[in-house]
Design a protein around this ligand. Sequence first.
Ligand SMILES: [Zn+2]
Length: 207
Amino acid sequence: MDNKNSLITKLTNLLSKLPNIGPRQARRLSYFLARYNPKILDEIAKLFWDISKQIGICENCNFIFEREIKNQKLCPICGDTKRKHKFICVVEKDTDLISIEKTGKYKGVYYVLGGLLNSFENDIDKSINLKPLIIKIKESIHKKEPIEEIILALNFTSEGYLTANEIKNQLKPYGIKITQLGIGLPIGSEVEFADTETLIEAFKNRS
Ligand SMILES: [Zn+2]
């Protein structure tokens, strides 16, 4: 049935690398796609091609963005001089940033960690990309306009708490003000799914 080099097997292997997709699900999805409208498949294929060529990762904040010019290094938020670069809001992932941007109220910049810590993983660097943020804060101390506040906008889950504590510990030596999103977000809630009003309140009530 399944030949190691068949297109379906190749697709299954690739799809199973995606988050939350197991091998069985990947195989089911492959067969589903194989029967799908060829025109739409062509469109998806072209879109994947464009994404791989035009998407960049911001050198400053790790946010995924679409390049408007070749070799663009900063995302539109970091490249915007009207944003307040002395406020850095730390989020787990790109979609959390999008949810906060939707509020239209936050005027600082961001830092995307790329994950959260969990109690099973001992290697911090494997779970979160914290080092560049620490370097940035270290360097900022000597600058004319140093970073004033780090706002932790992490999920209200055990992973979120664990990550917030680790960041606070690692940033302690630099004496920088660190706040966390406040009341409004119930325990267990995730930033990405919080509604706009709740997020605005949580920002106002940060402490
Ligand atoms: Zn950026």
